[in-house]
Design a protein around this ligand. Sequence first.
Ligand code: NOJ
Length: 568
Amino acid sequence: MPRKNPRNLPWWKKTTVYQIYPRSFKDSTGNGIGDIPGIISKLDHLQDLGVETIWFSPFFASPQADHGYDVGDYRSIAPEYGTLSDCERLIHEIHSRNMFVVFDMVLNHTSDQHSWFLESRSSRDNPKRDWYIWRGGQKPEGKKPPNNWKALVGGSGWHYDGLTDQWYWAQFLPFQPDLNYRNPDVKREMFDTVRFWLDNGVDGFRLDIINTVFEDEEFRNNPFSWRLFPSEDEQKSFFQNKIYTMNHPDNYAFVKELRKVMDEYSDPERFLVGEIGASLEVLKRYYGEEVDETRTNGLHLTFQFQSLNANLGANAFWDIISRYEQYFTEPYTPTWVFSNHDQMRRISKLGNDMNKAKLNVTLQLTARGVPFIYYGEEIGMFNHRFPLKTAQDPVALKYSWLPQFLVNLLTRKGTFSLNRDDCRTPMQWDSSPNAGFCPAESEPWLPVEPRYETINVENEESDPNSLLHCYKDLLRLRRNTPALHSGSLHLLDLYTHRKFVLAYERRHNEHVVQIRLNFSSKPIRIDEFMGDGELLFSTLMDSNPVRNTGIHLEPYQGIVIENQMDGT
Ligand code: NOJ
């Protein structure tokens, strides 16, 4: 069956997204905390980088117990980040650069300091009681949680409240009580909040743990599982298969209702991207069903976290791409994520190697799907390692009782950190003290990563060989090449080199662009593809890989060529 390849994809399928963690991007007041005016002062960097959409982790009013993922008021801005008018200016400044704005919507839970929860917990007959999920404990004395449900971060998700002698449910940490979406007032209020921001010009939302909004109505116990550690594509963890607390079927219907709210707005069309830890099969359900050749009726996009820990190898990416192409052909669109504010930075999983980072981003920006770039990834900021005991991250603090040798053992493979502070250090703008994030005499909320004197925007700007220039070149190429932002993808089997080299082509109408990625530490000559294709991009500046004796790839070299050769 020929693959679908619609000519005109909506903007949100072609875009490239850059994630800003506001606390860490740029401080304009000298208090060591990033803020909105600081972000505005750096928008030119992002425009120059060439990303098209900016997603902000939450800066709504909040006690900041989880740095904004504990919202205290969805319609105002936390004073440390700025004011509502700063926020309006931010949206305006982004739009005036022809870029799009994505906010982070935490629908699943609020802060326990939100006025709704304060009311809700005050008495059993308060009108807001049913806005959250309250239950009596197990009989006879009710001093045991209502059932065995565990939180995403481990431990029971039920928390006892002595005032009314009941338990409330929290998927994440105890200070983040879950809203009860079976109450129509809650749904109405939150959909109106979404409209409030859409009316203010927001172009889309990233939906925080959107697969945990609904739980089983009968509160049945989750069955046992042998799995201890959570993983990004699994709903089993902490010895439980969370069938009653994750990916409940009511979530699929819920996202369709939310989609209808988004569809009330057009010009531009607005979009939703869901944070969901699940298999590809489950993720696909959140997209809903196909309605026309470019659209479904659920979430526009979901994160595929399958790439986060993928080996940097031809086989691993062959496998991931084939599965994405199997599950997410048009009108479904995959996403490409390698780092975010919860994960160890990808470059550190690659041994802090700039050449490998260049290869990795060549794949990210040339494969089919929407790429999400995490702030600092474009300059190759390293992950830092902070001790758990001094963490600002509440999840790390929860586990700060763990002995250090155990932490070392758990993180020995260098693929994950237990402390999310590690990936949230201040953005490195230049080589001045505090990396230009805040004034030299201020104390940043997290220390700057020590290698900032070499790894920073200013330095990399002036080095044409830098990772930053590699990002810029690729982003420009992608923007200007329909085959890359809208084309179909076809894997090419290089049978003699399939272990080391990944090859694929992107096609849009008659236009074909080919990508070759050498994942090995050795130079490789590919004879199967002789020709004189034009080199559009290479991770290595001074090499000429396309010769009449074949394609000569240096170790970890990635290239993009334009030609009509048929590689199948
Ligand atoms: C997922 C977010 O990415 C994370 O940072 C946050 O702590 C939890 N959801 C709770 O909102």
